[in-house]
Design a protein around this ligand. Structure first.
Ligand SMILES: [Zn+2]
Length: 228
């Protein structure tokens, strides 16, 4: 994360985002986005109804890798998410897999809308990727959720945004809201992130993991922030 972003995040006041209570729907493009962005917050939500929807199984994270093929990843990544959520204190999480094509969500708008609609309708709070995060899959899921939320409160979570330069004069910068956390919630998040073995560990000695060291460091240490 750039120093400029650190300054922006450090300057945020303590006004939390509006949480209507009730059922929270947590939507991700890939099974790990939600924990990377909001693991600490999730660990504090075990008393409420939580629904998880993953648009893809994240099978395209290792293109060309002879071991972590798409078939292998389809078998592993959804289980990594369940284990991570368990480490956050969410036993038997309800995770709906839409099984859309990883890397192809930008051209799956109508499928995304129709598959997500019944889930959004069940929710009071929808937590979805930020629609201008800069990853085509994240952006597509975020745009679909934004279009579907009518009465629901929508929180949009950035992931890759923190890797870019701080944009100038964007209206949404004033909508950044920091979520409360605790030392214990942070500890649980760090433990949960380690469950994403295919993503946080190098596929081969010396290789950079899919979740880069800078992204992982941000996930472990920076405040959790949503646009809301
Ligand atoms: Zn992702």
């Amino acid at each position: 994360m750039s120093e400029a972003w650190s300054d922006v995040l450090a300057a945020l006041d303590d006004r939390p985002p509006l949480d209507p209570g009730g059922t929270a729907l947590i939507v991700s493009a890939h099974p790990d986005d939600e924990v990377v962005a909001l693991g600490s917050w999730l660990s504090q939500q075990s008393g409420r109804d939580l629904l998880f929807v993953t648009a893809t199984d994240g099978e395209a994270s290792h293109p060309g890798d002879p071991h972590l093929t798409p078939d292998v990843l389809v078998g592993r990544r959804p289980l990594e998410l369940v284990e991570a959520l368990r480490r956050l204190g969410i036993e038997n999480p309800a995770v709906e897999r839409l099984r859309l094509r990883d890397g192809g969500l930008a051209t799956s708008t109508s499928a995304l809308l129709s598959l997500l609609e019944p889930w959004v309708e069940r929710a009071d709070l929808v937590v979805a990727p930020f629609e201008i995060d800069g990853h085509p899959d994240h952006d597509a899921v975020g745009q679909a959720c934004r279009a579907l939320c009518t009465t629901q409160v929508l929180w949009r979570y950035p992931i890759w945004t923190w890797e870019w330069d701080v944009p100038q004069a964007q209206e949404w910068l004033s909508d950044l809201r920091r979520l409360d956390t605790t030392v214990e919630a942070r500890r649980l998040k760090v433990h949960a992130l380690e469950a994403f073995v295919t993503q946080v560990e190098p596929a081969a000695p010396g290789a950079e993991p899919v979740v880069t060291s800078s992204l992982l460091a941000h996930a472990k240490t920076a405040p959790e922030v949503v646009v809301a």
